[in-house]
Design a protein around this ligand. Structure first.
Ligand code: KG4
Ligand code: ZN
Length: 342
């Protein structure tokens, strides 16, 4: 049922989720279907790009049908097609972009390309109907770690990013060496609850004074060294203690910088986005620090934190409302600066 609302159909396929959503008036989710390949990649210990692309291709038509069915609408009712054009795995992105373009062409609908990070930020507009920019955002996922100023619905200025591994990537790598499996983030989150965060002191990497950048590769190596040394000495490894100490080292830096950025920007709002935003320690520590500083913290529910179509549809809707359009010559981009998002 359309009910005279503006309907956006959105495609997200940048990594290992084939996700399609239908939104009414940009912020109301009518359907948000996510076909995850996590079970397939558990056996590989990580995402294999070629295999991900093949599975997107096999699944995407079925996911489109399910999204329409769940929303109780037909293609004729759709007003706009939105699609993640980058950054991500190029083969995976291409399946979403090619399908979205084919649907837009066949059904004669306008199409808009969306930057994946703009999507993660927009997840918060869905979760919090009253939320409006400007605000400070911490975007933490498997591919990105950024502190940004969200100036309006279509303009985001990145003020800090990772110089090596993304935060989720560091979690996944440390989980792998601890033998916890893939994806590692939720596994470390869980096991860390049973460990002592002060058991091992891993160095906190703050970089230069006032820098909003991050570096996690040294921490990952420090964990690896700790495990190797313990092994050589024949000492037993307490995985919960290692996980908790690693997590504390990450959180001390990330939460300090995010709150500092929010204070400096002065919008009084800090918004979390990306898969790592589901991390319970991150949520708890930030909540405490934000309360102390009288900053309002926004955290989407886990289903909107990890990759999904709804967030892409919301970001695409605001671009379209601002008069932006993409063409059928749109391409997928493995790397895509946010400045290209417009
Ligand atoms: O946003 P997302 O679904 O994909 C990217 O855009 O990268 O994020 C996936 C990442 C993975 O690295 C996963 O380990 C991490 O988010 N993640 C977590 C948690 N849940 C997912 N990391 C820490 N704690 C969690 N609870
Ligand atoms: Zn993502």
């Amino acid at each position: 049922m359309k009910n005279n609302k503006f309907l956006t159909m959105a495609f997200e396929s940048s990594c290992d989720e084939t996700a399609i959503a239908i939104l009414a008036d940009g912020r109301e989710v009518l359907s948000n279907v996510i076909s995850s390949q996590i079970d397939i990649f558990k056996n590989y210990g990580g995402v294999v790009p070629e295999i991900a692309a093949r599975h997107h291709l096999e699944n995407i038509n079925e996911v489109v049908d399910e999204a329409l069915k769940k929303a109780d609408v037909t293609m004729e009712d759709i007003d706009l097609i939105a699609v993640t054009e980058g950054p991500g795995l190029v083969g995976a992105l291409l399946i979403g972009v090619a399908t979205a373009k084919a649907v837009a062409f066949a059904c004669d609908k306008p199409i808009i390309g969306v930057h994946h990070i703009m999507g993660h930020v927009a997840a918060n507009y869905i979760e919090f109907p009253q939320l409006e920019p400007p605000f400070t955002a911490l975007i933490a996922s498997g591919g990105h770690t950024n502190i940004a100023e969200v100036k309006n619905y279509t303009e985001v200025e990145i003020i800090g990013g990772t110089r090596d591994d993304a935060i989720g990537e560091a979690y996944d790598k440390v989980a792998r060496v601890l033998g916890l499996g893939y994806p590692g983030g939720p596994k470390i989150d869980k096991i860390a609850k049973e460990g002592n965060p002060d058991a091992i002191h891993f160095k906190r990497v703050f970089l230069e004074k006032d820098s909003m950048d991050f570096s996690f590769s040294g921490l990952k190596t420090a964990v690896l060294n700790h495990l190797n040394i313990a092994k050589q000495k024949g000492e037993e490894i307490n995985r919960a203690d290692v996980a908790a100490s690693f997590q504390q080292a990450v959180m001390d830096v990330v939460t300090e910088k995010a709150v500092q950025a929010a204070k400096e920007m002065g919008h009084g709002k800090l918004v979390l986005a990306g898969g790592v935003a589901s991390n319970s320690a991150l949520r708890a520590i930030l909540k405490k620090k934000c309360d102390e500083e009288q900053i309002k913290l926004y955290v989407p529910s886990p289903i909107l934190c990890t990759d999904n179509g709804a967030m892409i549809g919301c970001a695409g809707y605001y671009k379209y409302k601002e008069g932006q359009r993409s063409g059928l010559d749109m391409d997928a981009h493995a790397n895509m600066p946010l400045s290209k998002a417009k």
